[in-house]
Design a protein around this ligand. Structure first.
Ligand code: ZN
Length: 259
């Protein structure tokens, strides 16, 4: 059962990551506060569960029932703190593939389907989702923060740097809580065609590959423009991967709490 009070998690993470805190300037803090206010203000207008597919509907319902006081205290949280995305925006669609065998490893490597990112990256992702919702889309998330031990597990299954980042090098941006794998969904949360499946390792997944129908190319462009405007950077070979490039965070290995 999903816990409704995430305050202890937020406080725990606050303490755990205070040591890595980098100095914030006032402008950044004000920007974060503004977004946080918008997030809280937007919360009562969450979509009803009926508009969502069954799996997402259940999650959204649980989140919608979460009292606003249980949302993380973003003002007090350092920018290196971790935030669970659905506590900020329940219209984000979770499709965490590594919490199921439906991924290229054919193995479940996460205990549960929590999507966490560092605070600033999380707020940036919410901004991107809000911008897309105005155009009738939503973001559908495949992967977010990935503990280093999970990276090692992936490497053991697939020790090929073309497919999995080497955990014994610098670590993946996912290990830093600063990367997200995602796609565009329609307003009901249904996944849209972006040319290849998630984790398709081939030329067709490259941003530079243009031998695709115009509507697919337009969706890739929209996703890229929106994510870039929110502060994320793409990588050449995966249309679904975006790294938050405005901050530098250390590799991390804490395991999200599962219910
Ligand atoms: Zn990725």
């Amino acid at each position: 059962m999903r816990k409704t009070n995430r305050l202890p998690l937020a406080i725990g993470l606050l303490a755990a990551f205070w040591a890595c805190r980098s100095p914030q300037n006032n402008a950044e803090q004000q920007a974060a506060d503004t977004v946080a206010t918008e997030v809280v203000a937007a919360a009562p207008q969450r979509e009803t569960a009926n508009e969502l597919p069954p799996d997402t509907a259940e999650k959204a319902e649980k989140v919608a029932k979460t009292p606003l006081s249980a949302a993380p205290n973003l003002k007090q949280m350092p920018d290196s703190g971790f935030v669970e995305l659905v506590t900020l925006d329940s219209t984000l669609v979770l499709d965490m593939r590594y919490a199921t065998p439906n991924n290229f490893l054919k193995e479940k490597v996460y205990e549960c389907d929590k999507c966490l990112l560092r605070k600033d990256a999380a707020l940036a992702l919410v901004r991107a989702n809000q911008a897309l919702r105005k155009q009738g889309y939503r973001l559908r998330l495949f992967d977010c923060y990935r503990p280093l031990d999970v990276q090692k597990k992936m490497w053991k299954i697939m020790p090929n740097p073309s497919f999995v980042g080497n955990p014994y090098g610098n670590g993946s941006m996912h290990n830093k809580g600063a990367a997200v794998d995602l796609t565009l969904a329609d307003s009901t949360g249904r996944e849209l065609d972006l040319g290849t499946p998630f984790d398709f390792f081939g030329r067709e997944a490259y941003h530079a590959y243009t031998n695709l129908p115009p509507d697919v190319l337009a969706r890739r462009r929209l996703l890229k423009q929106t994510m870039t405007a929110a502060g994320f950077s793409p990588i050449t070979s995966e249309w679904w991967h975006y790294s938050y490039s405005r901050k530098n965070y250390p590799v991390t290995n804490f395991k999200p709490e599962c219910e």
